[in-house]
Design a protein around this ligand. Structure first.
Ligand code: 2HA
Ligand code: ZN
Length: 281
């Protein structure tokens, strides 16, 4: 075992170093409080094989949604419930190296997610978005989600029409239209972690590399970690300026409704304190 460990040192893998650094940057930006945010990066077997023993027997997890188009593909992913803050010091617990099985109905865990961990709770949105982006860009590799603060703020004060949302961002910084000419997709508010939000995110990803989840966060994609990160960073910069210049005259145009909060509580099995939500029957 020691011999195997010496031969396969995943700490030397460029993709691991990149995940450790990126998650730390995102946490320091304040975009990934607690277990917020998730990243998945496509890898080839050639990128993985020097660093992971592919002769072992992997742990298998069934997927609640089939992804036949991704059969045989490897990914490094963040783990469900894991804190970006902790990835740097404990990658084996917080990250996982996974491969989609031939039938697309389950995944193999080849490294990481130690202690029985699971891949990101947003795996549906990640896998479906990878499929959508690969159809339009053979060089696509990365899907990244976080809770970029000012993008979220803007989903309260700006209408959720994606054309005008895109234009408002483009108008804030000269660089924006250059960095994301494909604009930004905007979904309606939805319960996260579901197949439905995965499908809707992927539908938007067919046309945009950035997709906003109102009152929640943003998804970015790219052919590299830098590209996905840079897209989100640029949109967040524009949203920061929008929020700064509108802070004195804008009111809240929409928020998460009581009914939506109630659906959210039901979906996650928690009981909200009595007397706060006003729900008509
Ligand atoms: O907890 O960000 O959307 C991870 C998330 C869910
Ligand atoms: Zn989130």
């Amino acid at each position: 075992m020691q011999e195997a460990n010496r031969k396969f040192d995943i700490r030397k893998a460029p993709f691991l170093k990149e995940m450790m650094e990126t998650t730390q940057h995102m946490w320091r930006f304040g975009w990934d409080e607690r277990n917020g945010g998730n990243i998945s990066r496509l890898l080839t077997e050639d990128e993985v094989a020097p660093f992971v023993d592919l002769q072992q027997t992997p742990r298998i997890l069934q997927l609640p949604f089939p992804v036949a188009e991704l059969a045989g593909r490897y990914f490094i992913v963040t783990g469900s419930g894991k804190y970006f803050k902790n990835v740097k010091d404990n990658p084996e617990d917080t990250l996982g190296l996974i491969r989609v099985q031939e039938d697309g109905a389950s995944i193999e865990i080849w490294w990481g997610l130690a202690n029985g961990g699971q891949p990101t709770s947003e795996l549906a949105a990640h896998f479906m978005s990878h499929m959508a982006r690969l159809k339009v860009d053979a060089n696509h590799r990365v899907i990244m989600h976080n809770h970029a603060t000012n993008i979220i703020a803007m989903t309260f004060t700006h209408e959720l029409d994606e054309k005008s949302f895109t234009k408002a961002l483009w108008q804030m910084c000269t660089e924006c239209i250059v960095v994301f000419p494909d604009g930004i997709g905007v979904l309606p508010w939805m319960v996260p972690g579901t197949k439905q939000i995965g499908e809707e995110t992927a539908r938007k990803m067919a046309e945009h590399r950035l997709v906003v989840w109102p009152h929640h966060g943003i998804f970015g994609s790219g052919s590299s970690m830098d590209e996905a990160f840079g897209l989100i960073e640029t949109a967040e910069k524009a949203a920061t300026i929008y929020t700064l210049i509108h802070s004195h005259r804008s009111g809240v145009k929409q928020t998460i409704s009581d009914r939506e909060l109630s659906e959210l509580a039901q979906a996650f099995g928690v009981t909200p304190r009595q007397g706060i939500l006003q729900l008509e029957n």
